[in-house]
Design a protein around this ligand. Structure first.
Ligand SMILES: [Zn+2]
Length: 87
């Protein structure tokens, strides 16, 4: 099974520093540069994750920090990287 503890639970972006720590219990409270979720805040439950993702997608999936957006970024590809438990 593929470990996805480096990926944002909302948008699937690969995050260098694991958003919820090694044990998945210690969020960094950093902001995802893609969807703008604060790890440990709006991604604390499946409901809040789905709501945040729905709102973000509804706005057209804008990058919180557009400077970090890769040139060839594809939303559909990144969504595949959302951890299975949080889809
Ligand atoms: Zn994100």
């Amino acid at each position: 099974m593929k470990m996805k503890n480096h990926n944002c639970r909302v948008c699937g972006l690969y995050i260098t520093t694991k958003p919820w720590g090694n044990d998945g219990q210690n969020p960094t409270f950093e902001i995802c540069p893609c969807c703008g979720v604060e790890f440990g805040n709006e991604d604390y439950s499946l409901d809040s994750i789905r709501n945040f993702r729905k709102e973000w997608l509804g706005k057209g999936a804008p990058w919180f920090d557009p400077k970090q957006k890769p040139l060839n970024w594809k939303l559909e590809d990144q969504l595949q990287s959302i951890p299975d438990d949080y889809f």
